[in-house]
Design a protein around this ligand. Structure first.
Ligand code: SF4
Length: 464
């Protein structure tokens, strides 16, 4: 089992059966949590990003079985904050030093995209990032909100087990949920998803699918936590014993998606007195203090006993575990899998120029790889990764393809190529290289070799 943890720590890949084995073996928990903590430190550092959470409406059109805010619950008082109240709460948070505002609500269609766009624009007059968590909307609405300046969007899949999803979400569609997540990615949001752990009939098989789903989506954030049953929901009698399993899912998520943002959720703290700190020591790097006024905060009761965070005591607590509060907005590092973001402007401009001036061999190979033509695999060309620009990359399979002209025969260039390759391999990529004359004279052989490499990657933990 230890070798599996080592494999995950070094390659950031595990197959589904391997994930299940780790989820089911509790004798390795401490080792798993420590490995996730090392990966967190290596890829996203010791800083904790604080996101100020504003819960602006608990009026919901949905009836999720686990949620206290569900439309059919007649035992809670409903509220809806007006735009000027939301903006004022955001201003208060910003003046306290927060760098990100999270606007969260139940699925309340009272707020049109245009209305929310005006709120976002007003908040974005300050130097802040804005995250939305408002549920399912159309592509056009997501676009209006993105154009208004929203940076991130959280939409948990909750479970990738379609049958379980259908049981727990009356009149909702799993396919539409996926559509929403794909739209958000397409529009350039930093996209967050996540799952609930401890649902009735949920298996380690389906939790492994959840983790692989986060990876397949290339989620930028993953928020997860244990089910805490609410007395006014159909799941009121379910046992709340998902804490340790949640922590394991969190740790595995960190191992497999090393550079993303992962919150230590309030649900973790609510169900275990040290839950937040344990999550921060098992892969998490984000905390979301609730800055909604106390009266409304207590009415946003998606689960009972929600713990508040005392901002003034946070810094001291974090210091005790060797962590600091970040002074920036905490975006996912620009280059995949790297703590040291590439100098964005420079790298991206150079990449753009290279894309415009492709060699004939690059053009020839690109005509095969583009638009998912190559067996459905998605490739990018002239793509910046840390300080390098790679010729072609399939991010999903962590496969880099480099084309070499005769210049790569010089000793100095060979050393440089070797260093590049070592760097990529240390980040879980495989690099394959072709000479230009192979592209000219044997493109079929090149294609065959690329396919073999992709399939080999799949065998080592991909799920295609
Ligand atoms: S989980 Fe969200 S969408 Fe579902 S009932 Fe609760 S607030 Fe509404």
């Amino acid at each position: 089992m230890k070798s599996l943890i080592k494999k995950a720590e070094e390659s950031h890949f595990l197959s589904k059966p391997e994930i299940i084995r780790l989820l089911e073996d509790n004798s390795i928990n401490d080792e798993l949590f420590r490995a996730a903590d090392r990966v967190r430190k290596k890829f996203v550092g010791d800083e904790i990003h604080l996101r100020a959470l504003i819960e602006f409406s608990n009026i919901c059109s949905r009836n999720c079985f686990y949620c206290g805010v569900r439309a059919e619950n007649k035992n809670i008082e409903r509220y809806r904050l007006m735009p000027d109240e939301i903006i004022q709460l955001a201003r208060n948070a910003l003046s306290s030093g927060y760098k990100t505002i999270v606007l969260q609500s139940a699925e309340d269609m009272y707020y049109t995209a245009e209305m929310l766009a005006d709120i976002i624009k007003e908040i974005k007059k300050n130097d802040t990032a804005v995250t939305l968590s408002i549920g399912e909307r159309s592509y056009e609405e997501y676009k209006i909100l993105k154009d208004a300046g929203a940076d991130r969007f959280l939409l948990r899949i909750e479970t990738t087990d379609k049958e379980l999803y259908r049981k727990l979400h009356p009149n909702m569609s799993f396919e539409n949920r996926i559509r929403c997540l794909k739209d958000l990615k397409k529009l350039g949001y930093e996209t967050g998803t996540g799952c609930l752990v401890g649902l009735p009939d949920q298996t380690t098989n389906s939790l492994a699918d959840d983790i692989l789903f986060f990876k397949e989506l290339d989620a930028d954030m993953v928020g997860l936590g244990p089910l805490i049953p609410h007395k006014d929901t159909p799941l009121k009698d379910v046992k709340a014993d998902g804490f340790w399993l949640s922590l394991k899912v969190l740790a595995l998520t960190r191992l497999l998606l090393p550079d993303i943002n992962i919150p230590a959720t309030t649900a973790m703290e609510t169900i275990h007195p040290d839950g937040r700190i344990l999550a921060l020591q098992s892969g998490a790097n984000v905390v979301m203090p609730n800055v909604t006024d106390e009266f409304h905060r207590s009415q946003y009761e998606i689960y009972p006993g929600k713990k508040s965070v005392d901002y003034t005591k946070l810094e001291e607590k974090f210091k005790q575990i060797g962590r600091t509060i970040s002074q920036n907005k905490g975006f996912r590092p620009i280059c995949p899998l790297s703590l040291n973001p590439s100098p964005a402007g420079r790298g991206n401009n150079k990449a753009k120029a290279l894309r415009k001036n492709m060699t004939p061999q690059e053009k020839k190979l690109w005509s095969i790889l583009r638009n998912k033509n190559f067996y459905g695999y998605k490739f990018k060309r002239q793509h910046p990764i840390w300080k390098y620009i790679v010729d072609f990359v399939c991010i999903e399979k962590r496969l880099i393809i480099e084309l070499d002209g005769s210049g790569h025969n010089f000793a100095r260039t060979k050393t440089y190529d070797k260093q590049r390759t070592q760097y990529f391999e240390s980040r879980g990529f495989t690099v394959i290289r072709f000479w230009n004359n192979e592209i000219d004279n044997n493109i079929e052989g090149v294609a065959q070799q690329i396919l073999l490499s992709l399939r080999e990657r799949a065998g080592r933990g991909g799920n295609k």
